[in-house]
Design a protein around this ligand. Structure first.
Ligand SMILES: [Zn+2]
Ligand SMILES: [Zn+2]
Length: 111
């Protein structure tokens, strides 16, 4: 490992690898970040923050994680699911509203 910009996690800007409770993860593009930072980043992007390479987080990542971190990751996953459910719900409402509108103007069209 060279001691250059790649010993920093560019997501949180902290030096990576200095804290046992903050394991780092190497993406296939070669860049490294904190596990937790990657999970948070994934909420807004599916690409490496440095090179924009598409990243895939393998289950390998969990073996490095302390229990506390796993809990935090589970929380983040739950949040993602909640957001998705919320999106589906609002879409369903929207579709339902459109249907009502349609029926209002063309009541004979829908049987
Ligand atoms: Zn970080
Ligand atoms: Zn990269």
């Amino acid at each position: 490992m060279s001691i250059q910009s790649d010993d920093h996690c560019v997501i949180c800007l902290e030096v990576s690898g200095s804290d046992e409770n903050k394991p780092i993860y190497h993406l296939t593009c070669g860049h490294q970040f904190h596990v937790l930072c990657l999970y948070k980043w994934r909420l807004i992007s599916q690409t490496c923050p440095l090179c924009r390479g598409v990243f895939e987080i393998s289950s390998e990542i969990y073996r490095k994680c302390p229990v506390e971190l796993l809990r935090e990751i589970v929380d983040i996953q739950r949040q993602i699911e909640r957001d998705l459910m919320e999106e589906v719900r609002s879409l369903t409402v929207e579709i339902e509203n459109m249907r009502h509108l349609y029926m209002h103007f063309w009541p004979d069209d829908l049987n």
